[in-house]
Design a protein around this ligand. Structure first.
Ligand SMILES: *Cc1c(COP(=O)(O)O)cnc(C)c1O
Ligand code: SF4
Length: 548
């Protein structure tokens, strides 16, 4: 777009421009007339936008790359950057993982369990883990531990009752106007907390062309479906031809307005987001795509370039995160995450409460944690960066936002919610939750200061005990300013605690005068159940209308 052919500019553009450089209407490099001098300068010196994460350069002047574990140091770049190489070199066995990470006893136990949920990690994603930190947030998402094997209260195999809402295998029709289409059970890597662990990962249980046809057929025969969400597993792990067949099949159905893809491939395997994929998607617009990032460490130059390619192909991007204990159950981690997401032009869409799924017990947080995070985002950062906090209703009521219209009640172990249809469900809170340790959290220790503006967040994280509203000392009404009743206690009559100091009290029952004593107000005598109250005409709690 700058029209120069300098070496640096070409390198910077190489990873993302590709075949689509000519798609967009050519932006004019010429500033409008009247800025002639600046125009000249602009043309001489190409502007390298280092602030754009997709354009960032490494120390060698080439596009920035993330860390590579020593095990793969000698793999040639062409192989490393090839998604097929990444997929076929995924690691899963204890002996392989040992060469990349210093495994803990807990991890050895998890990896040795016979019936565990599938383990598989791309070399790219495994390289992002700090090999010596057992609490590394990426590590906790993909390496099993012994804790994974423990059951918990409320645990269910199919917690969202997806199987009950499937008219044909792999198609979940829960909402009136949209369906979820599971096109594969395979993923690029496997998340320990996966909601669909019951079907995901098993290669012998995959969906194929026949299931896709049955799913498409149902959608063809169901004209109220206007929105199809393609997921899995991970749709972007399908063979490119097969994926295109599915998308084209959907596009040929006139009542399908939008197609959405939910995919963690840009995070696990950004190499897959190549020009071929983007060109294919661009043929079938409108297509939207949600990625799945849980922690800022996952936002690498590779992910930034993958997202840049997708947005240039006209695919709007959102992000869905899962709230996970020990990974992102921290206001400051979440704030950094959503801000980095908008930097790569990804709009945070949903923050999910962890589902009641087998193997995920140790990831669960109380609902109060999610509410605290939302309190720390809204207003504290750009509105674009604030997702909606959702609980996917146990029993299959769909996703419910955790907010007043939908949050019906709350006890020390259960949350009661209703969905858009009026279906009422409960979410069982975890019984074991280790609160986030602020003293060990880099993000808590390096938070952006908000002097005097922390608001309710300051109360929630324990720094403050109360906030006095601005009207607490003075109440400003139209035309007059009144003191708050607590500023001058003489205007304030506590009910049931005695007569007003220095004022005569009501005569005792039976007509006798109460006696005033030297050192205090006179005490009247009252009948059983009768309270001392100001007599008619005496100032009382509503004298200044405060109680009204
Ligand atoms: C998540 C989901 C959708 C899409 O829900 P939105 O709130 O529109 O993003 C549709 N169908 C099913 C079964 C889902 O789980
Ligand atoms: S990518 Fe999605 S479907 Fe695959 S394991 Fe992770 S959460 Fe489950």
């Amino acid at each position: 777009m700058d029209g120069t052919g300098s070496k640096v500019a070409a390198d910077v553009r190489a990873p993302a421009d590709g075949a689509r450089a000519g798609d967009a209407p050519a932006a004019s490099p010429q500033p409008s007339t009247g800025h002639g001098t600046h125009g000249g300068a602009l043309q001489e010196r190409p502007f390298v936008n280092q602030r754009d994460p997709a354009r960032r350069l490494g120390p060698d002047g080439r596009p920035a790359v993330s860390r590579r574990a020593p095990l793969w140091a000698d793999v040639p770049d062409e192989q490393w950057d090839d998604w097929r190489w990444q997929l076929s070199h995924r690691i899963n066995a204890l002996e392989e993982l040992e060469q990349v990470l210093n495994l803990t006893e807990d991890e050895r136990e998890g990896l040795s369990a016979p019936d565990k949920f599938r383990v598989d990690i791309t070399p790219y994603f495994a390289s992002l883990i700090d090999p010596d930190d057992p609490n590394d947030p990426i590590r906790r998402q993909v390496i099993p531990t012994g804790r994974e094997l423990r059951a918990f209260t409320g645990m269910m195999e199919d917690s969202l009752a997806e199987d009950r809402h499937s008219p044909v295998p792999g198609l979940v029709h829960r909402y009136p106007d949209r369906v979820l289409m599971l096109v594969t059970t395979q993923c690029a890597s496997y998340c320990r907390y996966c909601t669909r662990a019951r079907i995901v990962g098993d290669p012998s249980q995959n969906f194929n062309r026949r299931e896709h046809e049955a799913q498409l057929d149902y959608i063809r025969r169901t004209p109220q479906i206007r929105d199809v969400l393609i997921s899995g597993g991970d749709a972007l792990t399908l063979a490119p031809k097969l994926l295109e067949q599915v998308i084209r099949g959907l596009r040929e159905i006139p009542h399908v307005e939008i197609i959405r893809i939910g995919s963690r491939v840009p995070v696990f395997l950004p190499q897959r987001v190549d020009d071929e994929l983007c060109d294919m998607l661009a043929k079938y617009h409108p297509i939207w795509l949600n990625i799945h990032v849980n922690h800022p460490n996952e936002i690498t130059p590779e992910l930034a370039r993958a997202c840049d390619r997708l947005t240039r192909a006209g695919v709007p991007l959102g992000n869905q995160s899962v709230l996970l204990a020990g990974v992102n159950d921290c206001v400051h981690v979440q704030r950094d995450l959503v801000q980095k997401l908008v930097e790569i032009r990804v709009r945070p869409y949903y923050l999910y409460q962890c589902d009641l799924v087998e193997g995920a017990g140790h990831f669960r947080t109380p609902v109060g944690k999610g509410l605290e995070i939302m309190e720390g985002l809204r207003g504290h950062t750009s509105g674009y960066a604030v997702p909606t906090y959702m609980i996917d209703a146990p029993g299959g009521g769909g996703k419910i936002p955790v907010m007043p219209n939908y949050l019906i009640s709350y006890s020390d172990h259960k949350v009661v919610l209703r969905n858009y249809e009026g279906y009422i469900t409960t979410y069982e809170e975890p019984t074991e939750y280790t609160p986030h340790d602020k003293s060990k959290c880099w993000y808590c220790q390096h938070q952006r200061p908000e002097p005097g503006q922390k608001g309710v967040s300051a109360l929630l994280d324990g720094d403050a005990m109360w906030i006095e509203p601005a009207g607490f000392v003075e109440i400003h009404t139209r035309g007059a300013t009144e003191d708050h009743r607590l500023k001058d206690p003489s205007k304030w009559v506590p009910l049931g605690v005695g007569p007003i100091e220095g004022r005569p009290v009501r005569p005792a029952l039976g007509g006798g005068e109460p006696e005033a004593t030297q050192d205090g107000p006179a005490r009247g005598s009252y009948g059983p159940g009768e309270e001392p109250r100001p007599a008619p005409g005496e100032p009382n709690g509503t004298a200044n209308h405060e109680l009204l």
